[in-house]
Design a protein around this ligand. Structure first.
Ligand SMILES: Cc1cc2nc3c(=O)[nH]c(=O)nc-3n(C[C@H](O)[C@H](O)[C@H](O)COP(=O)(O)OP(=O)(O)OC[C@H]3O[C@@H](n4cnc5c(N)ncnc54)[C@H](O)[C@@H]3O)c2cc1C
Ligand SMILES: NC(=O)c1ccc[n+]([C@@H]2O[C@H](COP(=O)([O-])OP(=O)(O)OC[C@H]3O[C@@H](n4cnc5c(N)ncnc54)[C@H](O)[C@@H]3O)[C@@H](O)[C@H]2O)c1
Length: 472
């Protein structure tokens, strides 16, 4: 059996693994990258990219139908589900070269196709070859978790891995799970013309602030998506085109297609982790704050660690690992500054602590500032004033921000910057932004934080009177 010696062996060519491989090889390390399936991983092939492309198509179908303030008569366009899915395919094809074997080989990475498995603490095997590395990075991602619901073994169902292969619009899509996957895909399918029912066992979009989630969920319900909360699915039956779903409290729902979106399971089965002494649980691979596993030669990043499961989180962790494994520098990963967004209409975005988390941690030291899109000139001009922002502030510095409203996913950036760099609220108020922009809501909320201190201060009023008496 051939043995290749290398500095760094990256297992998994998705968001995390590709970032490590590209960074390390360009810094001069010898890098082997092993990918078992499709380069680009979940994000490119079954996740962020196809879902956002489908949402864009759904939004284009929805917009002309809406009553509006612009004097434009609503119309009912012909909407082709197949056309929307073909758009999804083209978007993947357009982005794929960036993540391709050819590009990475061009950068100098030794790319191997096949599933890697450890055979010792410093060796893996792939496709009959052995790779011995000074350091390993496991970035094997996650797969849809399929719960042991009676009936699911015999009823056809979709997951994020098969959904984007559909060409025929589901007549009535039943979505099990009201997390970000379920809710994003529910609204997109409604906008493309399907009836949609979401069955959520607990609370929909439960990772987000409840006031924020409510604005989005109310809007989605208003578009006709049925979202049942406290509806734990306990049994499914039927066949393709006619499925029945029962919930624990005895309710029954009928639809044509089933999408299972109840969370993720880490891709660890093929890795033979015990041979490498890498500790793990059903949640994923255990890592410390430097992203090292119980084997000091082996790091793990991204979804496989069961932490924040976002492409940008995997990318951030890749940078931490490159610093440590390639440059030998001490490096620790944070999570407090990692934002996320859910691409519903209106959008949701969060960074740092929610109000409830901040209240629990900081008690009465917490101040919460809020601003509504209804007071935003640009939002008014665009006739989209749903939503608001709240910022959690402790000692003059933001510790969290929550936004629901137009372009929330972009607007959260300034708070991600502020929290990452421990900036004060005054850094936001002293920034000048072009008028009229949605971004001004960030200045407005920061202004609202200072207003009571400035406009309700008796001392300041006395000082102003005194200054005015003597000002020449
Ligand atoms: C429907 C959906 C929508 C999403 N939308 C967003 C979004 O809008 N924004 C966002 O930030 N995140 C989103 N995510 C999450 C995002 O896709 C993941 O967090 C991200 O892909 C994780 O990157 P990763 O590198 O950990 O894993 P992946 O990108 O999945 O890469 C893992 C790779 O490892 C390979 N692999 C597995 N086992 C082995 C092995 N033994 N040997 C070799 N290779 C192996 C796999 O084939 C895969 O290519 C979404 C996810 C889904 C499912
Ligand atoms: N915009 C984004 O960034 C984005 C979009 C999609 C996915 N993602 C990532 O993918 C991850 C997985 O998303 P997800 O939506 O699959 O998982 P999730 O864990 O966020 O949500 C799953 C939901 O399913 C519910 N559930 C579980 N069992 C059930 C049952 N038997 N009946 C009814 N409901 C049940 C849970 O209560 C939960 O609310 C996310 O946490 C996120 O990290 C990100």
């Amino acid at each position: 059996m051939s043995v290749t010696e290398t500095d760094l062996c990256v297992i998994g060519g998705g968001s995390g693994g590709l970032s490590v491989a590209a960074g390390a090889v360009q810094m001069g390390a010898r890098v082997v990258l092993i990918e078992g399936h499709k380069m680009g991983g979940d994000c490119l092939n079954y996740g962020c990219v196809p879902s956002k492309a489908l949402i864009a198509a759904a939004n284009a179908a929805h917009a002309p139908q809406q009553p509006n303030a612009f004097g434009v008569t609503p119309t009912t366009p012909d909407v082709s589900y197949q056309g929307a899915m073909e758009h999804v395919g083209r978007v993947i094809e357009t982005i794929a070269p960036h993540d391709s074997v050819e590009r990475f080989e061009g950068l100098g990475v030794d790319v191997r196709q096949g599933y890697a498995k450890f055979v010792s603490p410093e060796e893996v095997e792939v496709d009959g070859h052995r790779i011995r590395a000074r350091r390993f990075v496991i970035a094997t991602g996650s797969s849809p978790f399929v719960p042991p619901i009676p009936g699911l073994e015999s009823v056809p169902f979709l997951t994020n891995e098969s959904l984007f292969d559909l060409r025929k619009r589901p007549q009535h899509l039943i979505v099990i799970g009201g997390g970000p996957i379920g809710i994003e895909m529910a609204q997109a399918h409604r906008r493309l013309g399907s009836d949609v029912t979401v069955l959520e066992g607990a609370t929909a979009l439960s990772a987000d602030d409840p006031d924020i989630a409510k604005v989005a969920l109310d809007a989605i319900r208003k578009e006709g998506v049925v979202i049942e909360e406290g509806a734990l699915v306990s049994e499914v039956s039927g066949k393709s085109g006619a499925v029945t779903v029962k919930t624990k409290d005895g309710r029954e729902f009928e639809g044509s297609d089933l999408l299972v979106a109840v969370g993720r399971k880490p891709n660890i089965d093929k890795l033979n982790l015990d041979a490498a002494n890498v500790a793990h649980s059903e949640k994923g691979i255990d890592v410390d704050s430097a992203l090292k596993t119980s084997n000091r030669r082996v790091y793990a990043i991204g979804d496989v660690t069961g932490g924040m499961q976002f492409t940008h989180a995997a990318g951030y962790q890749a940078g931490i690992v490159v610093r440590s494994a390639v440059l030998g520098l001490p490096s620790k990963a944070r999570t407090d500054h990692i934002p996320w967004a859910t691409y519903t209409s209106p959008e949701i975005a969060q960074v740092g602590l929610t109000e409830a988390q901040a209240r629990e941690k900081y008690k009465d030291k917490l101040k919460v500032a809020r601003a509504d899109f209804s007071g935003q000139d640009r939002a008014i001009a665009q006739d989209d004033t749903r939503g608001f922002i709240k910022v959690m502030v402790v000692g003059g510095r933001p510790v969290g921000a929550s936004i629901v409203g137009p372009h929330a996913s972009d607007l959260i950036g300034i708070w991600a910057l502020a929290i990452a760099n421990k900036l004060k609220m005054s850094a936001v108020t002293s920034t000048v932004l072009p008028y009229p922009t949605l971004g001004e809501i960030n200045k407005r909320v920061a202004g609202n934080y200072f207003s009571p201190m400035i406009f309700e201060s008796a001392l300041l009023k006395r000082v102003v009177k005194w200054v005015q008496r003597f000002l020449p």
